[in-house]
Design a protein around this ligand. Structure first.
Ligand SMILES: [Mn+2]
Length: 380
């Protein structure tokens, strides 16, 4: 994997370096409701491009238009708020040509909505989610099934790096950082040890620790990256303080409501184990609700929310116990489900979600049947 990242990092460096004049702006973006990992990846990449390739602050744009509250608070504490632009109008010029770099997301459609298609010249993707089925597919029709704009975006993607083994996008960016340093040693890197470097290192460590649930989902390969960030000024205790910003009352209420609305547990027995599956519903903080119920002892938790315009969202989380003993990949499962209901889906094997339209009455049955089938198990 490292070998591949080496190659990709070199490609990325060369592409940006040699084609700099082809683009008026390089825009780095992440998923909606951007979390610590997304924000860290966007701002760190901006910092790296500026340090190693192009210092023009008006050319490299970190476009973060919908950070979540915790991420915004962290940026404030680190005095990095001014590094990002939140309104498209603040940098948009209809004559500009853009290179778009997408990080930490596998859903192109929604995040690119504010940007006029005709201005996008090229796109690059760096992600750690289960890979996009349409990227692998040669079927031209597939783009239309997965989302209205997928085919268009696929045609503009020039290079991409997807590593589902990485527990965060931040660790991939930390890897790129180290490789770019090696590449540019002989080319007089402009990067000095300074306060900004320390802030970026802290932010990347925050992204790593939060997305991996404090390394719970990490591989050994994350450790050299953390070591590197520490040499650049990151500090574990400082990161812990940054992320301990109080959980809002809305989130706590959503968790309590989600727990109160849990339906009768469903037990699925496979050849070795019995798994506890729960269904509940709330209209916000579904992932937090799922995690709380996993902590209570469930193996798989689904949380449904129904939105306006017949839209619905289904989030799933599974226990480590379950992930260690089964081959079910909920990221792929949700990708299929999203497509089936005219929406999107994806994620990781143990943490995934989808949105779609016209929720079927028997959604629970469909989901249970699928799990039974994959496990060769039966509802007890
Ligand atoms: Mn992430």
């Amino acid at each position: 994997m490292y070998q591949r990242l080496n190659e990709f990092s070199q490609l990325l460096y060369d592409k940006i370096n040699t084609k700099l004049d082809d683009f008026d702006k390089i825009i780095i973006i992440s998923h909606e409701n951007t979390d610590y990992d997304g924000v860290a990846a966007v701002l760190a990449l901006k910092y790296l491009i500026q340090s190693f390739i192009c210092q023009d602050n008006n050319k490299i744009i970190a476009f973060l238009h919908s950070n979540n509250l915790s991420a915004s608070e962290a940026l404030k504490s680190l005095e990095l708020t001014n590094e990002c632009i939140t309104k498209f109008g603040d940098f948009h010029n209809p004559k500009d040509h853009y290179l778009i770099i997408i990080v930490d997301t596998n859903n192109f459609d929604k995040i690119l909505e504010p940007i006029p298609k005709e201005q996008i010249r090229e796109m690059i993707l760096i992600d750690h989610h289960e890979s996009l089925a349409f990227l692998k597919s040669n079927n031209e029709e597939y783009g239309q099934e997965t989302g209205k704009n997928s085919l268009f975006f696929k045609s503009l993607l020039s290079i991409w790096y997807i590593d589902p083994q990485a527990s965060s996008c931040a660790e991939i960016i930390a890897g790129i950082w180290q490789i770019w340093e090696q590449l540019t040693v002989s080319k007089n890197s402009k990067l000095d040890s300074n306060a900004q470097e320390k802030r970026i290192a802290l932010l990347l460590l925050l992204g790593i620790l939060s997305d991996s649930a404090n390394l719970r989902y990490s591989q050994n390969s994350v450790i050299p990256n953390i070591q590197f960030l520490i040499t650049r000024g990151a500090d574990i205790q400082q990161v812990r303080r940054l992320s301990s910003i109080q959980i809002t009352i809305d989130e706590r209420i959503a968790k309590i409501k989600g727990a109160a609305r849990v339906e009768e547990p469903i037990l699925i027995k496979d050849s070795t184990y019995t798994w506890i599956v729960l269904f509940t519903n709330v209209n916000s903080f579904e992932a937090a609700v799922c995690r709380s119920l996993i902590d209570l002892g469930a193996d798989i938790v689904f949380c449904l929310s129904t939105q306006k315009n017949k839209e619905f969202r289904l989030i799933v989380r599974s226990s480590e116990r379950f992930q260690g003993s089964s081959n079910i990949n909920f990221g792929l499962f949700m990708e299929q489900l999203g497509t089936q209901y005219q929406g999107h889906g994806g994620g990781h094997s143990g943490a995934a979600g989808m949105n779609g339209f016209n929720c079927p009455d028997n959604l629970k049955k469909i989901v249970i049947k699928k799990i039974e089938g994959d496990l060769h198990g039966k509802v007890k």
